[in-house]
Design a protein around this ligand. Sequence first.
Ligand code: SF4
Ligand code: SF4
Length: 133
Amino acid sequence: MKLPFFAQLFKSLARPPATNPFPAPHLPPSVTEYLDDVRAGQAKLNPPVPFPPGGRGRIAYDPAACIGCKLCIKVCPAHAIDFIPEAKKIRIFRAQCIACGQCTEVCAKKCLSMDGEFLQADTDRNSPALVAE
Ligand code: SF4
Ligand code: SF4
């Protein structure tokens, strides 16, 4: 049943945030210097919110089980998956992935899954954290 406007408003106000707060309590003059302070133990980052139940998170790949059938590539709406012909395996660009989960459903060998990790920020879009192969 649909709640009246004010009931919905108060329910939302009482609910914990669903998205991560800005990592620092206030916008620092220099993010780089703030991160240096965090590393030195002189400043703290706001912790991320807990992963929500039923959330998908990040795409994970088990290359050992992959038979290189390319079905995942065909269904990926974000064109986030490449084929590596010499290895007959795939490579997933996580920065491009929209976490739709379609590849996990089509893979007959069950080598694709969503791993529940959703913090993936990186300064290098080709870092091992952002490229699954
Ligand atoms: S669908 Fe599965 S087995 Fe086929 S290429 Fe993709 S990951 Fe490999
Ligand atoms: S989860 Fe969706 S967007 Fe991400 S690699 Fe699989 S099919 Fe592509």
